[in-house]
Design a binder for this molecule. Sequence first.
Ligand code: SF4
Length: 372
Amino acid sequence: MDEMRTKESRRPANVTKHCGFWDVPTEEFAAWLTARREPPMRARQLRRWIIAGRAESFDQMTDLPRNLRRALAEEFEPLSTRIAHHSQSPDETHKLLLRLADAQSIECVLIQENKRRTACISTQVGCGMGCVFCASGLNGIARNLTSGEILEHLIRLRNLLAADQRLTHIVVMGMGEPLASLDALLTALEIAGSKDGLDIGARHVTISTVGLPAKIRRLADLGKQYHLAVSLHAPNDELRTRIVPTNDKTGLKEILSAADYFFERTGRQVTYEYVLLQGINDSPENAKELGQLLRGRRAHVNLIPFNDVSGLPYQAPTSAALTSFVDQLHTAGVSVKVRKRKGSTIDAACGQLRRRIESENQPPKLHSLEAV
Ligand code: SF4
């Protein structure tokens, strides 16, 4: 756990003081302890307090000497993120807007279903992929998250649960393209998966991507049992490039070939995500073409009826179109499921909450563009 943190942790360039504990390189923290004549085991104690003890301040770490707690508080934060907004829907879905140390904000969601407690986490501030239906990508990307910031999503969401409950699953489907921030993500998942971390094994982690073939192959070669979800959204390159602009650089063939490689290496069935946009990619012909594309592959399709995003001109498919789409895929022998809509009362679509809160906090504009 320590070694992973050493290699991959990075503070945002403009954050030098009050750094989150999880982003302090291990050697740096060890040297800091040595300079104060404190034993190296203090680092382990701190981790235990934050992970198992759910401590959110050094004052809560009552078995640390008072002087040490004071010194720690002068330079570090147990958690560098702050909860800027917390909403909860009647179906027990929680959404957090976390403020980062450099005042950027990101979203994460806790989904509770039967015994599952799933954290949906982000990997970037904004997103550079520009999928046309997504609120996260509307303003482009500000930066990648650090491994500590990614881990803190999990800790913050876990801390919403009762003391006898734990997170059981992670889906990396929040803001950002996870494979564009792969090193930081893997570091955070390594800590999350360890026994003295959050103990969430790789088989319970789903990593979603628009499809970066080289990174999918790298993930496949890790020898881990992560589950891969590829966001397809269209059955041919012409339509896909209209919906997912980065497709013009990769193309479906390369992406599917990398996904096939992932299956060969890991034995794990790949899921294909498909957001249904009324009148754009939801026709019976689209479904038939998708069936042909996936026929013969060990694949599962998750259909996601579009979740309204204010300011975007798309609509969810009609229920007749949805039923027909499902039927076509069944006929083609493709495993398919329609994803249930959770948290629809709390801006649960990725990036929506952040956009709403940030626009509410904008100072009033003095001039409209037309007037300038
Ligand atoms: S759907 Fe995912 S990859 Fe596409 S813009 Fe949104 S966050 Fe980025």
